[in-house]
Design a protein around this ligand. Sequence first.
Ligand code: GUN
Length: 292
Amino acid sequence: MTLIDGKATAATIKAEIKEEVEKIVQAGGKRPHLAAILVGHDGGSETYVRNKVLACEACGFESTLIRFEDDITEQTLLECIEQLNNNADIDGFIVQLPLPRHINEQRIIEAIDYRKDVDGFHPLNVGRMAIGLPCFISATPLGILTLLRRYDIPTSGKKCVILGRSNIVGKPMAQLMMQKQYGDATVTVCHSRSENLREECLKADIIIAAIGKPGFVTADMVKEGATIVDVGTTRVPDASRKSGFRLCGDVQFDEVAPKCAYITPVPGGVGPMTICMLMLNTLSAAKKEFYK
Ligand code: GUN
């Protein structure tokens, strides 16, 4: 069994990005600049955004954090997005999700200029991705593809089961894994209503678990020699930790790992890659790689 080290892979890629940025700057170019909008004080979102700002530093990017309280109006948020759309110094930006209930999340996402949508959540990027056109690919699926590539894990013609159908992970992951230029795999998507879920998983060469149910994937669901990618990051209360919680994946790691050819741990697997891919998308945005 080989442990897929997302932390080390992300560190390598961030160093590669920094090297490229310094070359751009030395040649008289501009440092990539990422802005993040954070609404409210959700613990998870605070951590994610802090880590995104730190990753910008590691990559030699400029970063700007824009904070609003929970009671911000949708109109004010839309105005802020409009300013970022029109600010030539900002190459890309993200609005950290989830947003308070009184704000229409989809309206916010669609207000972002798709050429600066480094999260890849705008319907134009989602649609372009689905038909294989150049676009921003959302960070978690792109991180998973990158891990599979860097570890030389064969995907072409393999059977891949994706657990979960979210807009952020399950759906884009299925699109990418089926496309010839990315995964080139035979893809099955399972979710909370799927019948025969265990049987589907047992046939899989690759399982990508993104359902947000701690320990959902057990050893009896996994074929010998399979590759397991665990996207779960549920916060489970743990009084022995300073933070008061620990991160729990969707896979029963201890019993599943011995059966696997490759497996990602939680933490240290997919998580660090997600932020790293946001950096890669920001670099692409700064280089105007997809949209001139
Ligand atoms: N909330 C959870 N994941 C993400 C992400 O990748 N981007 C944004 N903007 N919000 C999130």
